[in-house]
Write a protein that binds this ligand. Sequence first.
Ligand code: UDX
Length: 463
Amino acid sequence: MDICVIGAGYVGLVTSACLAYLGNHVTAVEASSERLGSLKKGIVPFFEPGLQEFVKETIESGFLTFTDSLEGAVKKADVIFIAVGTPSLPNGEPDLSQVMVVARAIGGALDGSKRRIIVNKSTVPVGSGNWVEMLVSQGVQNAQPVPARSARPESPSFTVVSNPEFLREGSAITDSFYPDRIVVGASDDNAVDVMKNLYKPIINQTFEPPSFAPRPAAFQTVPFVVTDLASAELIKYSANAFLAMKISFANEIAGLCEKVGADVRQVAQGIGLDYRIGKAFLNAGVGWGGSCFGKDVSALMQVAKEYSYPTSLLEATVSVNERQRLVVIKKLQEELKILKGRTVGLLGLSFKPDTDDLRDAPAITIAYQLLKMGASVKAFDPVANERCEQLHPNLEITYCDSALTLAQDCDAVVLVTEWALFRNLDWKGLSKVMRWPLVIDGRNVLSEQDVVDAGMTYRGIGH
Ligand code: UDX
């Protein structure tokens, strides 16, 4: 099929490359000339394991092209994906301005040559499927020449569907090829058939797995779930809200474990074996960050507020998470007494490993808090140092290029992001260069024994 994907960010670019790999002709539309420039050269302007090679391959195959001309791409397409950003506004609401501009522009580019499916891939508030339909229709109206009395131009026909994405950064390609489910919200059977056809190779797992994203063992066919528009949008939001709540639950229990001398890792294992609970997303630590959890939870709370509907679980999910980031500060105070004048080294800046994404990253909150308390802050992240320096120029952090230089003259080292690199550091070597031998394991991933054997003090979360 001829596909147009508007927005070549985390979601749009991965979706484009995957659909191109499956043999569709995909045109990705990117408005930012800088990003378009690098994409045309086959360069992916952000870190996502395997994506650089994958995009290059699909460009060379001729199935993936990039353009800034939305009109041309829309006219050619059978299916048009809206995959532009919907970042959070200061009041927590998603900023839908990009969706508005793009939806109207799509309307303006439609012609009567064929019926097209417009797919909401961007996370948009519940009930906005109809809103997108209204915007596209506005675009159609604005573009129509005033019809001569006789000829009534046949108005272009289209239908809007919702197709939320569930990609995790760091594993976006695998999550695209081997999803737990594909959700399509639509009120039109023809549109459902087109989407089912488009995703058939993934539903039936009939495609040849790409070299860097092998099919997981015993991976079966993928459920294709058809719902109404609003339910599909709510599935996206509530999935993320539930995952965020599950993590906040683990973090709340972690605090309790510390009070009663239990170990949250053992508690998580014990409850996670109950299939109704499941062991994933029960890792206590400095809490969740990223571009989705915070945004989606606050968007749900915003929608609820419009109906004065209380969302106590969502409120608690957020407040536990905000408190959790500062747990490492409390531990530093318990061990170092005062933080003023101390030097603290942060291992990791990105909100999770295998990404350079710093959106809502716990490390940033912790760094600002430490600086506010008069401490000096150093940081080492294998990928995100430069991006942090660009995005937070007034954050006075000393950026280091290794754990050893980070540890130099530090009174404490705090592991914030569990990069694989940090899991077996040479603690004896680090201990020699530190001013005070304190390690705070913000993700409970270090070997307490190794740290203690190096003559250091180890503090974890929830144990
Ligand atoms: C999330 C959802 O998982 C994905 O389905 C959705 O499409 C986008 O948002 P992502 O934000 O990329 O994906 O990362 P994820 O792996 O979900 O982690 C989110 C945050 O939770 C990270 O900060 C991570 O460190 C934290 N986390 C995760 C925990 O603190 N504990 C856990 O047990 C798991």
